[in-house]
Design a protein around this ligand. Structure first.
Ligand SMILES: NC(=O)c1ccc[n+]([C@@H]2O[C@H](COP(=O)([O-])OP(=O)(O)OC[C@H]3O[C@@H](n4cnc5c(N)ncnc54)[C@H](OP(=O)(O)O)[C@@H]3O)[C@@H](O)[C@H]2O)c1
Length: 292
């Protein structure tokens, strides 16, 4: 089974197609979520310089004083940033109130093709400010390139019941062979997989959501369980990065881990074969606006 990583985009800004609370959590609520995740023994926290106030929030919480590994990301906005990567790392560390983070990922996969950027990322690692460097990807071609790149330690991928694209490539074989650590985000597809007939958030996905619900009903499991377990039981996913808007969702998700049993694997097989090849407009959140 995979390990767990709490995502923080939901804590730093309003986020998600199915946002049940309809707003960003208050600082107090966010601190409650982070504390409960740490108390449960969660291994990683994933954040980024562009997740609203997430880095500051983690710094205010005092995340550096807890036994949890922090991953943040480098977002390069303009040409000038390329020569200022050390400053950008420093700025993230300052907000987080930490001297060093476990992981530092390129937020844009395109940056991994730039030798100057990769050289600086390597220097940042050598300086001891970050322990591992990596990349967050959206497209399978980028994932495969990252899996072959010797400098890369961590690769964050999108993966869920509707997005199994990487299962049909050499990606997982390569990451295993090359010793990369794989973090899979979007288990709930930002909440889309948890929408129901009465609350279809993306009209294009209505039939697929209906089929998803029909399959899991046969196995008596909830959409939350099916979506979470689908990533959690993948043999080559090392960590599932999941986001929550409330402490209740966090506790539900942590409780699900304990309820997992072998029966799910049959359901997993049926989900894997039913949603092998989904249209890009359903699996790509950045394209959703055009559908709504
Ligand atoms: N490019 C990147 O690097 C990148 C991009 C996106 C995300 N991320 C990372 O990945 C993390 C996860 O984000 P994601 O987009 O992948 O989201 P996700 O984990 O697929 O979905 C999170 C959403 O699912 C819903 N949810 C979670 N647990 C639930 C429960 N027990 N019951 C009901 N609803 C529940 C919540 O939405 P509602 O309450 O709104 O339904 C929550 O906001 C982020 O926090 C971030 O750290 C990285």
């Amino acid at each position: 089974m995979a390990g767990l990583c709490l995502g923080t985009v939901q804590l730093g800004q309003k986020y998600g197609i199915n946002n049940q609370i309809g707003r960003q959590p208050t600082h107090e609520e966010a601190f409650g979520i982070i504390q409960a995740a740490i108390d449960s023994g969660i291994e990683y926290i994933d954040t980024a310089s562009v997740y609203g106030e997430a880095e500051e929030l983690l710094g205010k919480f005092g995340i550096g004083n807890y036994p949890v590994k922090v991953i943040t990301k480098l977002y390069i906005r303009e040409q000038a940033d390329i020569n200022n990567i050390k400053k950008l790392v420093h700025s993230s560390l300052q907000k987080l109130k930490m001297d060093c983070v476990d992981g530092y990922l390129l937020h844009n996969a395109a940056d991994m093709y730039n030798d100057v950027i990769m050289q600086q990322m390597t220097e940042v690692k050598e300086s001891g400010k970050v322990n591992h460097i990596g990349v967050s990807i959206y497209e399978p071609e980028d994932a495969i390139y990252a899996a072959k790149l010797k400098e890369i330690d961590y690769i964050q991928i999108p993966y869920n019941v509707f997005d199994q694209r990487l299962d049909h490539t050499e990606f997982f074989h390569l990451t295993k062979e090359n010793g990369k650590t794989v973090f899979a985000r979007s288990a709930f597809l930002q909440g889309l997989l948890l929408s129901d007939d009465k609350n279809i958030l993306l009209p294009e996905a209505a039939d697929s959501i209906k089929l998803f619900r029909a399959i899991i009903e046969k196995y008596h499991i909830s959409p939350q369980q099916a979506a979470f377990y689908f990533s959690y039981t993948h043999s080559n996913i090392d960590y599932v990065v999941f986001g929550v808007d409330t402490k209740e969702q966090l506790l539900n998700n942590l409780a699900m881990v304990n309820d997992l049993n072998g029966d799910f694997m049959k359901c997993r097989q049926e989900l894997a074969s039913s949603f092998k090849d989904m249209p890009k407009k359903i699996i790509t959140p950045s394209l959703w606006k055009e559908c709504l």
